[in-house]
Design a protein around this ligand. Structure first.
Ligand code: BGC
Length: 348
């Protein structure tokens, strides 16, 4: 369902103002690189001095307040972005250096961008859970910046890395990324996006609506069979879009899935408990190339854990996650958040 037009522009302007204050704070503390250690979602805001903020912003390639103000006079971006290509060539061989060289000029430090000549209809935070996938960073950033810019979105890319050697917990990283992005937003829309999923058609528009949206409908790792058939109709993995309202209703993602699998099925359950039906673009457009990677440790207990989710989600999710942000580094094409997300409970 389409969102009200003005409704999508106003939040952007409000967001822009909030974004700059958040950026200002960040810059004040540590220039373009902020190393910090904080717990959960608490914040300790300090009011920065305007002059310092302006200077820091200029150093980091951000817009000045005057430039931001100028945007108030721009027309809204057209409902259908004019520069879409349709089917895309996906390159898996781009190094991070090449991506930076090609794209960094137009992108704000930390991986934020907004179209220069119109007011975007949507702001979106792209949240990417991460560990041990360095070779995929270049292809992902190269592809996604080009893709999102052609859609004239106002976006920021956050790569959230799990510290330590514990089993991977994708859902906890998604909760952390969401809470940290929210502090810099809010955004109209949050994409939870695996780093190995590259959309193959830019008509696959990344904006939210009243229903949560599953993005990765037909992916090369499933032989492009649509989620409706081969995978299973309740498939919610790979990449999806949700609003702040959706996330508040389901209390974000479950924190208890360690190892590969199950957390996306759990989210599907939460959405059904909340009567939030998921929608998808058609499989010929919602196509993804999956970058190959090594094996992952599968969570063999995931279906048992899933069965226990008969409505426990108010006590497991955003309201209960405990984590420590170890560092936030604003790279030219993305913000890197390293987090200690804890360990699984010992078996009882
Ligand atoms: C897992 C999901 C995964 C799906 C498709 C299921 O068995 O629990 O997490 O997305 O398979 O690969």
């Amino acid at each position: 369902m389409a969102k009200d037009r003005s409704g999508s522009v106003r939040p952007f302007l409000a967001w822009t103002a909030r974004m700059w204050s958040a950026v200002a704070l960040t810059m004040l503390v540590g220039g373009c690189v902020l190393l910090q250690s904080r717990s959960g979602s608490s914040s300790s805001a300090r009011t920065p001095k305007d002059a310092v903020v302006r200077q820091e912003r200029a150093e980091c390639g951000r817009l000045t307040e005057k430039e931001v103000k100028k945007r108030d006079y721009l027309p809204p971006c057209p409902a259908t972005p004019p520069g879409l290509h349709g089917k895309l060539k996906v390159r898996e061989d781009v190094s991070l250096e090449e991506a930076v060289q090609d794209l960094a000029d137009g992108v704000g430090v930390g991986g934020s961008w907004a179209p220069p000549d119109c007011v975007p209809r949507w702001s979106i935070a792209i949240i990417v859970p991460f560990r041990d996938r360095q070779p995929q960073v270049g292809p992902f950033l190269y592809h996604m910046h080009n893709f999102l810019q052609r859609q004239q979105l106002n976006y920021s890319i956050y790569i959230v890395e799990q510290e330590g050697t514990e089993l991977f917990n994708r859902a906890r990283l998604l909760n952390v990324g969401y809470l940290e992005a929210l502090r810099e937003g809010p955004f109209d829309c949050y994409a939870f996006h695996d780093i190995d999923m590259l959309p193959e058609d830019d008509r696959h528009l990344y904006h939210c609506s009243e229903q949560p949206r599953h993005l990765a409908v037909a992916a090369s790792n499933h032989n492009y069979k649509s989620s409706h058939s081969l995978v299973y109709n309740k498939y919610f993995g790979g990449a999806c879009l949700m609003t702040q309202d959706h996330l508040a209703r389901v209390n974000g993602w479950s924190n208890i899935y360690w190892g590969w699998g199950g957390e996306d099925d759990d989210m599907w359950r939460r959405l059904s408990f909340e009567d939030l039906p998921v929608w998808r673009f058609p499989a010929n457009i919602a196509r993804y190339r999956t970058i190959k990677h090594g094996p992952q440790v599968v969570n063999n207990k995931r279906y048992q854990t899933l069965k226990r989710n008969t409505g426990r989600y108010p006590n497991d999710g955003l309201s209960t996650i405990k984590y420590i942000v170890k560092s936030v580094v604003r790279h030219p094409l993305y913000t890197h958040i390293a987090a200690d997300i804890g360990t699984p409970l010992p078996p009882s």
